[in-house]
Design a binder for this molecule. Structure first.
Ligand SMILES: NC(=O)c1ccc[n+]([C@@H]2O[C@H](COP(=O)([O-])OP(=O)(O)OC[C@H]3O[C@@H](n4cnc5c(N)ncnc54)[C@H](O)[C@@H]3O)[C@@H](O)[C@H]2O)c1
Length: 276
């Protein structure tokens, strides 16, 4: 079902790698809702992933960019305005990577050069996008900027490593920049805290299968999928949420408010027979 929520709107999507990516689903949904898009990812991701297919399906152009490089981010902002015919209405940051997680350095033994890269890729890139968007006045009044976060910003989840710190910083940037962008330009900045999701980045999280099982048992509505996230995200890009800003918005089936559920307890206490 479509609602034309983004009819006449334009946006930039950072972070679609393949058809499992959260950004891919958001781009596809935004297109379905009437938006025109520019897509961007790193040159390596463009080689290894399938972004061309998404570009074809949505009639979008691709601009290669490493979001840790200021000049690349500035280029995306400027070229997108050229391609889309002026200021945009929304931007999605759906970027995350930890070299410590990739290389198996645990949190109590991590490499600081890797740690800095984790923060640079997964959080400072969001600041850069906001900075250059603002510098070039690239977003229309009442526009919306969204980044994808995770509950590890608030809670400790085994194996999530320095990505938890990166997500805490990401959410803080949304608040700090959200204040300035809201005050001066009436532009919203929020993060969506998404359930664990089986994507390329998600599969890198230690014990993702067990984590998905745990959060499914703990969440009264069940885990939110990438498609669910796309549905939620287009409402945040739309005019229906104009006064929502500087928020970290949980989109996790209720997980973040739970302490213990019957379904989870049943896993541990064999005296329970009924687990509805
Ligand atoms: N999958 C999950 O369980 C989950 C849960 C909550 C939040 N998230 C967040 O959602 C976002 C998207 O991840 P995903 O799960 O869709 O996985 P994904 O692997 O499909 O997307 C991650 C993206 O980050 C991009 N990226 C990495 N380094 C980059 C750089 N230097 N410049 C530009 N792009 C770069 C990758 O190319 C990739 O497209 C991430 O921020 C992730 O932390 C994921």
């Amino acid at each position: 079902m479509t609602y034309n929520l983004l009819k006449g709107k334009t946006g930039i999507i950072f972070g679609a790698l393949n058809d499992r990516s959260i950004a891919w689903k958001i781009a596809a949904k935004a297109h379905e809702e009437g938006a025109k898009l520019v897509l961007t990812n790193t040159p390596v991701a463009l080689r290894l992933g399938t972004l061309e297919k998404l570009a074809e399906d949505t009639g979008s152009q691709i601009i290669p960019a490493d979001a840790t490089k200021s000049e690349d981010v500035e280029n995306v902002i400027l070229k997108s305005m050229d391609i889309l015919g002026g200021k945009v209405d929304f931007i999605l940051h759906s970027i995350g990577m930890s070299p410590n997680v990739r290389k198996g350095f645990t949190y109590d033994n991590l490499r600081y050069d890797n740690f800095l890269k984790t923060l640079d890729i997964s959080a400072l890139s969001f600041h850069k996008i906001l900075l250059f968007a603002r510098k070039h006045d690239a977003i229309n009044k009442w526009g919306s900027v969204v980044a994808i976060s995770y509950v590890a910003a608030q809670r400790t989840l085994y194996g999530y490593n320095d990505m938890g710190d990166a997500k805490a910083l990401l959410e803080s940037i949304a608040r700090s920049f959200g204040y300035m962008y809201g005050r001066d330009k009436k532009i919203r900045v929020n993060t969506i805290s998404q359930s664990p999701t089986m994507t390329t980045a998600g599969s890198g999280v230690k014990g993702i299968g067990s984590l998905l099982d745990f959060t499914e048992r703990m969440s009264p509505l069940g885990n939110a999928t990438a498609d669910d996230c796309a549905n939620y995200c287009v409402t945040l890009f739309s005019d229906l949420t104009r006064k929502v800003t500087m928020q970290n918005l949980y989109h996790d089936g209720g997980f973040s408010s739970m302490g213990m559920s019957l379904k989870a307890m049943t896993q541990y206490d064999k005296s329970f027979n009924n687990c509805d």
